[in-house]
Design a protein around this ligand. Structure first.
Ligand code: R1P
Length: 278
């Protein structure tokens, strides 16, 4: 089954979320990538809902993606966290994340904070680094909004200028500086997966201006910009891409390295969200 763009799933999911936590007014929606779901554990007053109980949410099939939506707060800022996402390679189409993103828009979130585990294409960005994404190059076979346009959420044609919001990024850099954490910045290249890229593909991605490569982010960023949600995105670098190191790539390796980055990741994003209260 692939998701229709003209359905009421987001309206039903938003109703279920509102009923689960009366008075909850999320300002930020976070999507937590492979091995990064631990961020949600620090939320105050948590309520978790399985994706299975939320119409249109992607039932997770990937290890390290719990498949739970966690509602809670940090320093009084209400946030909603997806512990795990759907990916194009799971077979439900490029629109796999669209209903979830639209649900966040209906809940009144001000922006979408995407995170993922990714490979580095840039020899100046080592495994274990955090990278704020400033643009993307989509090498997946399509885009999430192919099909009838749902005018309730946005127009048929729309711009991806400043898709990775410059003001939010600058604020995140200030947070990183205040914590003495190194935060890189770079262009994300999406890859369909589930296989990792070949060394020759990696050389091409370097030539066309990529810094980071992964199998997610782009579907949700495009859906978010369509419905007017701003986007901030951070990749946790879990490996150098194929051909750039001798480390053998596997999902186990991704999860192992993600666990090594989580302290910095949780500190950076937790402090950023807490500061959003002002
Ligand atoms: C590969 O190990 C998996 O980790 C990344 C890749 O996209 C792929 O799914 O997951 P996230 O992008 O969801 O973090």
């Amino acid at each position: 089954m692939s998701f229709s763009h003209c359905d009421n799933f987001p309206f039903h999911a938003a109703e279920i979320i509102r009923a689960a936590k009366p008075g909850f007014k999320p300002r930020i929606a976070l999507i937590l990538g492979s091995g990064l779901g631990v961020f949600a554990d620090q939320l105050d007053n948590k309520v978790a809902i399985s994706y299975q109980d939320l119409p249109g949410f992607p039932v997770s099939t990937v290890v390290g993606h719990a498949g739970e939506l966690v509602l809670g707060s940090i320093n009084g800022v209400d946030v909603v966290c997806m512990k795990g996402r759907g990916h194009f390679y799971e077979g439900k189409g490029m629109g796999i994340m669209t209903p979830a993103v639209r649900t966040f828009k209906l809940l009144g979130c001000e922006f979408l904070f995407c995170t993922n585990a990714a490979g580095s294409l840039n020899t100046g960005i080592a495994a274990g680094s955090l990278v704020a994404l400033n643009d993307h190059i989509n090498t997946m076979p399509s885009t999430p909004l192919v099909g009838p346009n749902d005018e309730r959420f946005g127009p048929r044609f729309f711009s991806l200028a400043n898709a990775y919001d410059a003001d939010l990024r600058s604020r995140l850099h200030q947070t990183a500086e205040s914590l003495s954490l190194k935060l890189h910045e770079g262009v994300f290249v999406s890859y369909p997966g589930p296989n990792f890229e070949t060394a020759a593909e990696i050389r091409m991605m370097q030539m066309i201006g990529g810094d980071v490569v992964g199998m997610s982010v782009v579907p949700e960023v495009i859906a978010a910009r369509h419905c007017g949600l701003k986007v901030l995105a951070v990749s946790a670098i879990t490996n150098m891409a194929e051909g750039l190191s001798d480390v053998e790539l596997s999902h186990e390796q991704t999860l192992k390295c993600a666990a090594m980055v989580t302290d910095d990741f949780v500190r950076l994003i937790g402090t950023f969200v807490a500061g959003y209260a002002q």
